[in-house]
Write a new protein. Structure first.
Lengths: 83, 83
């Protein structure tokens, strides 16, 4: 029996990869007076609703989506959460 | 005493607001054969490291950052997590 399952995927640049977008945010926060900010990394969050046979099957399917489309695994890491 | 605190902010479009980016991802997933996907919403995730006097003060500061810079509160909602 299929059920409607919600999943959340975080896609972030890998640790060694320069994040100019995060750096720009950090700089802008400094300009606005938030002086305590040490580092900023910015990524994507993707919330999906999908029909699957269960949480395990949903996780496998979302993993395949990440590998094929949602993340660029050369420079990005992803993290899947089934809600 | 100040401590180095990690925070994560999710910024998503509010529920009623059209999300063309998420819609494009949904369509692309369908094209790739992921037929069970019902809806996709895409947002931003921002990970910060900041110096603050404690978790409560950190949360207040991150909230101010969201209101001033990180989110457009007319069309976006945000959610703060202190890690």
């Amino acid at each position: 029996m299929t059920a409607r399952i919600k999943a959340r995927v975080h896609v972030m640049l890998k640790d060694g990869v320069l994040d100019p977008q995060g750096e720009a945010v950090r700089h802008a926060l400094g300009t606005l007076g938030f002086s305590g900010v040490q580092s900023v990394r910015q990524g994507k969050v993707i919330e999906l609703e999908l029909d699957a046979d269960g949480p395990d099957q949903a996780r496998d399917e979302v993993k395949a989506m990440c590998e094929k489309l949602l993340a660029n695994t050369v420079i990005e890491k992803y993290d899947i959460e089934i809600l």
